[in-house]
Design a protein around this ligand. Structure first.
Ligand SMILES: [Zn+2]
Length: 261
């Protein structure tokens, strides 16, 4: 990549040098807009170097309904794998954060809009089991458009499955921290991401069930400009804290210290 290349901020439209943007963790230095980052990069900036041990890396979704919209589901999966280099919309594993062992899952919006199907649900369940087995805090970074419609009712079932899984972690008095990144909507916002001990959001993240466009169309009336944003959720008590990307690792470590002593 040409490091002197310019990148236009999606929010303020200012040009940012690629090198500056990367150094700034893909946060605009002018307006503070937090841009999308993939799950591998997210892990790199969040966990202790070299500490991540991935689980279930070989788990793959299958097209059990032989579903087809404009394209076959199997084709969409293949394209997503190729585009992202990931096998699914979440990576899970164990890692260290400032020396504390954690069970961590990071969703990636780049893989079919971070949609939750049977594999995402199963990986979260296994991650929860690992958290319980090793008595280590659970942290999940969400980024999702919701349930994966190509898996029909099975994708909706993952909502109940993930909720019961994180519920078992919390019943063992193990901290569960949910981190909301832009966007977290639909079935993910209506399941495991909203029932944590502590819910953190990145600034400006959209966090709601139905997005503003859908609500506007359905209600046929205007809604506030900050509808569904992290800041509005904080004011309404749906989010506990808003933490910028540069402070995330330190904040997670501090919370674990406070919760675990
Ligand atoms: Zn900007």
């Amino acid at each position: 990549m040409d490091k002197s290349q310019k990148h236009k901020c999606e929010a303020c439209g200012k040009d940012i040098e690629q090198e500056v943007l990367i150094k700034n963790l893909n946060v605009c230095p002018y307006c503070g807009h937090h841009e999308y980052i993939g799950c591998r990069r997210r892990l790199d900036i969040t966990v202790d170097e070299g500490s991540f041990k991935e689980m279930d890396s070989d788990m793959r979704s299958v097209d059990f309904l032989k579903f087809r919209d404009l394209k076959k589901y199997s084709q969409r999966l293949e394209e997503a794998r190729e585009k992202t280099g990931l096998s699914e919309a979440i990576i899970t594993g164990e890692a260290g954060i400032e020396g504390y062992g954690v069970a961590i899952g990071v969703m990636d919006f780049g893989f079919m809009g971070g949609s939750m199907g049977s594999v995402v649900g199963e990986k979260i369940k296994n991650l929860c089991n690992r958290s319980i087995k090793n008595d280590i805090p659970l942290i999940i970074f969400s980024s999702s458009g919701g349930a994966r419609m190509q898996e029909g009712i099975i994708s909706l079932m993952q909502m109940a499955k993930t909720v019961s899984s994180v519920g078992r972690v919390m019943a063992c008095n193990i901290p569960y921290i949910s981190v909301i990144t832009n966007p977290t909507t639909g079935g993910v916002s209506a399941s495991f991401s909203t029932i944590a001990d502590i819910i953190i959001a990145e600034p400006g993240a959209l966090f709601c069930f139905a997005g503003p466009r859908v609500v506007r169309q359905t209600m046929k009336k205007d809604i506030p400009d900050d509808f569904g944003l992290a800041e509005r959720n904080l004011a309404n008590g749906q989010v506990d804290m808003i933490v910028s990307r540069s402070d995330m690792k330190e904040t997670l470590a501090r919370l674990i210290r406070l919760l675990r002593g």
